[in-house]
Design a protein around this ligand. Structure first.
Ligand SMILES: CC(C)(COP(=O)(O)OP(=O)(O)OC[C@H]1O[C@@H](n2cnc3c(N)ncnc32)[C@H](O)[C@@H]1OP(=O)(O)O)[C@@H](O)C(=O)NCCC(=O)NCCS
Length: 283
């Protein structure tokens, strides 16, 4: 049985490699195309470093004689806990390591008011998250190349000066702000888009990373703005039934909408979780 211990900065590269190998294996098992590796490894490492430095109680690894056997990363900001990563090396899965890592990362949620997990379709993940007493929210996703979408007036690229606004919107839409996560997204080179006084989104590598708004019309406008910036194939996922406002926007942009494999698990007070699109990494 691997040893479970707190993650350190020295584990970051090995954890990133294990993430790639584990999700490639999951994609193969699901009959899906594996995700391409991140284009900028140093930028991708900032996510892992943020957890180790800012959420040490949520950052755990499993280690055996072969090296890193698993990793769990959980965040907590303004009372909102979220699981960013749970992986176990393919050859070591189904032996209880994931449950043990999750138990440690979830202990960090003991004083949280709300909990968020974006689950893969792995049956073991779904079982483990449901056992935490979270509610299961089925999701839909949209894929394709957006066509003929116009950004709303005032839609612009944001800067660090807009973080206060993002915090206000996050407190409304998801029950708590996440300043250091927003700072990390900016440091990773993801583009912040702002529709002043209405909502914001993060966009990178042709994908919408997360978005939040103060009402449904504003959310639809922010989504149109983001889709107007996409030049190729994109995928918008982890939309749950509360995000009906997104459906006409996605369909008008020519995207295909269908039921997703991934599931959203929510517990406690996470605001309305609406109008909102969570980030897999920053919840
Ligand atoms: C999901 C994952 C982290 C779980 O870790 P693990 O060490 O393999 O899982 P565990 O052995 O701790 O088992 C977790 C649960 O699944 C059950 N389980 C084990 N093997 C199973 C199988 N083949 N099919 C269905 N359930 C299984 C366990 O009994 C346990 O449930 P229980 O608490 O009700 O008894 C790991 O399998 C993994 O890395 N999968 C690929 C990446 C992924 O999808 N990560 C989750 C991202 S959100």
């Amino acid at each position: 049985m691997p040893v479970i211990r707190p993650m350190t900065l020295d584990d970051v590269r090995a954890a990133m490699e294990l993430t790639g190998a584990t999700f490639d294996d999951l994609s193969r098992r699901m009959g899906e195309e594996p995700e391409p590796p991140p284009p900028d490894l140093d930028a991708a490492a900032l996510r892992y470093r943020m957890f180790v430095t800012q959420d040490p109680e949520g950052s755990w690894v499993a280690e055996d004689e072969q090296g890193l056997a698993g990793c769990a990363l959980a965040t907590k900001r303004e009372g909102i806990w979220g699981l960013s990563l749970l992986i176990v090396r393919p050859g070591t899965q189904s032996a209880g390591v994931g449950s043990e890592l999750l138990r440690r990362a979830h202990a960090y949620a003991s004083d949280a008011k709300g909990r968020i997990i974006l689950s893969s379709a792995d049956a073991r993940a779904v079982r483990a998250y449901s056992r935490l007493g979270l509610d299961l929210h089925p999701c839909f996703l949209a894929t394709g190349t957006p066509k003929g979408v116009t950004a709303p007036a005032g839609f612009r690229v944001g800067t660090a000066d807009d973080i206060g606004f993002c915090e206000t919107v996050d407190r409304f839409a998801r029950g708590g702000a996440r300043r250091s996560s927003i700072e990390t997204l900016l440091a990773m080179g993801q583009t912040l888009y702002v529709l002043p006084e209405r909502g914001y989104a993060f966009f990178g590598e042709e994908s919408l990373r997360t978005m939040a708004a103060l009402d449904e019309d504003s959310a639809a406008a922010v989504l149109r703005g983001v889709l107007s910036r996409v030049t190729g194939q994109t995928r918008v996922g982890y939309l749950d039934a509360a995000q009906q406002w997104a459906v006409p926007v996605l369909l008008e942009a020519g995207l295909d909408v269908r039921g997703a494999n991934g599931l959203l698990f929510l517990g406690g007070d996470v605001g309305g979780f609406h109008p909102y699109l969570p980030s897999g990494a920053f919840l």
